[in-house]
Write a new protein. Structure first.
Length: 132
């Protein structure tokens, strides 16, 4: 639909948090081309963290909504793109959600029941061999 590009732009550029969060819900209904990439970008976009960098800040709702949408969308070959978030996000909730999203996208668990760090190492190893 012609709304797709406009709503993708809102997710990427709108200064209002509530509009960016709403954009994800709208995009999941219309599923335009480029949606998976836009969701990965939104999950890491500095606008969605305070202070503005996923490596330093606490996430607002957009990164978590973006990861939730990726779990629903299940695009192929996207797990590796979430490694920076799982490895480097300062916000522990985002690291945990990134790991959970990787498991859903890959349809398997590594080191199930083990602490986060061990599971993260296992995924880094598994996905490094595939690089993008």
């Amino acid at each position: 639909s012609s709304a797709g590009p406009r709503v993708l732009e809102k997710l990427e550029k709108d200064p209002a948090l509530v509009i960016r969060a709403q954009a994800i819900e709208t995009l999941m209904k219309i599923r335009p081309a480029g949606l998976a990439d836009a969701l990965v970008r939104a999950s890491m976009d500095g606008k969605n963290y305070r202070p503005g960098d996923y490596r330093k800040g606490r996430a607002d709702w957009v990164p978590q909504k973006a990861l939730e949408a990726l779990r629903e969308l299940r695009p192929t070959g996207y797990a590796g793109k979430l490694l920076p978030l799982m490895n480097d996000a300062k916000d522990g909730r985002v690291r945990a959600q990134a790991l959970h999203t990787i498991e859903i996208l890959e349809a398997r668990n590594l080191k199930k029941g083990r602490p986060f760090q061990e599971r993260a190492v296992a995924w880094n190893q598994a996905l490094a061999t595939r690089k993008r």
